[in-house]
Design a protein around this ligand. Structure first.
Ligand SMILES: *[C@@H]1O[C@H](CO)[C@@H](O)[C@H](O)[C@H]1NC(C)=O
Ligand SMILES: *[C@@H]1O[C@H](CO)[C@@H](O)[C@H](O)[C@H]1NC(C)=O
Ligand SMILES: *[C@@H]1O[C@H](CO)[C@@H](O)[C@H](O)[C@H]1NC(C)=O
Length: 420
């Protein structure tokens, strides 16, 4: 008995070393380690699964995060007044009740110089009350505060320092301020791979002791979907989005091939939402929100929610579309068929339901058809279809396919539910 315990202990230590060592020494996670035990043996399955989990084990991001970020609308013009008023608006508009909870400050919030102890300092002209006071304010509204740093010497704006070589110190600072979310960018680094620099912040956050949602933002350079779940709660799969149809559709396409790798606790991130920023038509923003929702992407609003227009409020407040994003199965939809400009996106939901999105990317009206064998339903399954933009359950039931006429740059989104 004693001997068995001893040998299990040694095996566990070897396993930990095999998984931990490449991370601790900055090697690619899961890379060159030569395990001396057969990890496929059922005996070790338990340990294997234990260590395959998110290294952070922070319990966050069980469903995709929802909230707001300052960058898409304010860029470097962000300040504490805007953050406070945004937190106020999150509650007064009813968005917080729908699940939007993070209020995230992006780049440009700090002084270029650290203090004499090497700590980051909030910019005295734009954040005169400091970040701790802001976190208290945001928490007082029942919301969470996010912040931004960079795995380099300076952030992308070059107006403030990054956290490279200061990871532990900065993680402690963020935790002491009450920060709940960290977006970690990739500018002005030392030329080493993200798989070298990002794990250092992951461990720093673990040590800092406060659960902080960790958003990896290395722009998809090194296929972070392949290693991001060990290190963080979401990973950007693309370069920055902009407020145009081509930008949102190309980000959607770049994000889609990684669908299998998204899961509760770790999500593909095709960047933040542009809905409400004025560059697109309402029906295009509807497509934007629909694809992000069905793709289990973070729903981080990027407009000025203090001044919501009616169309924007309607789109981002669609409870049924939000429910697709937040469904507890956590399975990212895929583009299951595309013919020219007509696309079918589909993914399973809890309760044997399927979310289906018919997209017309073209400039003419088209008929788009979703076949059961494309969306994963047995051919003879009879379903009821709910149109979740019209908020109507269709009168007829459907078998074998569902078809709709879809306007240019528009979509139809359904939840199909088998009827007995
Ligand atoms: C803000 O900080 C800068 C140095 O980073 C300093 O020169 C300036 O006096 C400070 N301003 C105020 C209002 O404290
Ligand atoms: C923040 O920006 C707004 C609009 O640009 C301005 O009215 C406000 O005074 C600024 N607040 C601070 C603290 O800089
Ligand atoms: C769609 O399904 C119906 C039966 O529900 C069938 O009659 C029709 O031929 C199908 N359309 C296509 C294009 O497969």
């Amino acid at each position: 008995m004693v001997r068995r315990l001893w040998s299990d202990g040694v095996l566990l230590a070897v396993l930990i070393a095999c998984v931990w060592w490449p991370l601790a020494t900055g090697g690619a996670p899961g890379g060159a380690s030569k395990a001396r035990v057969d990890l496929r043996s059922p005996k070790y399955l338990h340990y294997k699964q234990e260590y395959r989990r998110n290294l952070l084990s922070n319990g966050l991001g069980v469903t995709p995060p929802m909230g707001w970020n300052s960058w898409n609308h304010f860029a470097c013009a962000v300040n504490e007044t805007i953050i406070r008023e945004t937190a106020d608006a999150m509650v007064s508009t009813g968005l917080s009740k729908l699940g939007y909870e993070y209020v995230n400050i992006d780049d440009c919030w700090a002084e270029i110089a650290r203090d004499y102890n090497g700590n980051l300092v909030a910019k005295n002209t734009t954040f005169p009350s400091g970040i701790k006071a802001l976190a208290d304010y945001v928490h007082g509204k029942g919301l969470k505060l996010g912040i931004y740093s960079d795995a380099g010497y300076f952030t992308c704006s070059k107006t403030m320092p990054g956290s490279l070589r200061r990871e532990e110190q900065d993680a402690k600072t963020f935790a002491s301020w009450g920060i709940d979310y960290l977006k970690y960018d990739n500018c002005n680094n030392d030329g080493t791979k993200p798989t070298v620099r990002y794990p250092i912040m992951t461990r720093a956050l673990m040590k800092a002791g406060r659960p902080i949602f960790f958003s990896l933002c290395e722009w998809g350079d090194l296929h972070p979907a392949l290693w991001g779940a060990k290190l963080g709660n979401s990973w950007r799969t693309t370069n920055d989005i902009s407020d145009t149809w081509d930008s949102i559709m190309s980000r959607a396409d770049l994000n889609e091939p990684y669908a299998e790798l998204a899961r509760p606790g770790g999500w593909n991130d095709p960047d933040m939402l542009e809905i409400g920023n004025g560059g697109m038509m309402k029906h295009e923003y509807v497509v934007h929100f629909s694809i992000w929702a069905i793709s289990k992407a973070p729903l981080l609003l990027g407009c000025d929610i203090r001044n919501l227009d009616k169309d924007t409020a309607e789109i981002i407040s669609n409870k049924e579309v939000i429910a697709v994003n937040q469904d507890s199965l956590g399975i990212q939809a895929k583009k299951v068929r595309s013919e020219g400009d007509q696309e079918v996106w589909a993914g399973p939901l809890t309760g044997y339901r399927v979310a289906v999105l018919l997209v017309n990317r073209g400039t003419y009206r088209y008929t788009v058809i979703a076949h059961w064998d494309d969306i994963g339903l047995p051919l003879d399954t009879v379903v009821e279809a709910r149109d979740i933009w019209e908020h109507k359950t269709l009168k007829n039931t459907f078998v074998r396919n569902i078809t709709a006429t879809v306007d240019a740059h528009s979509c139809k989104m359904y939840i199909l539910k088998p009827v007995s």
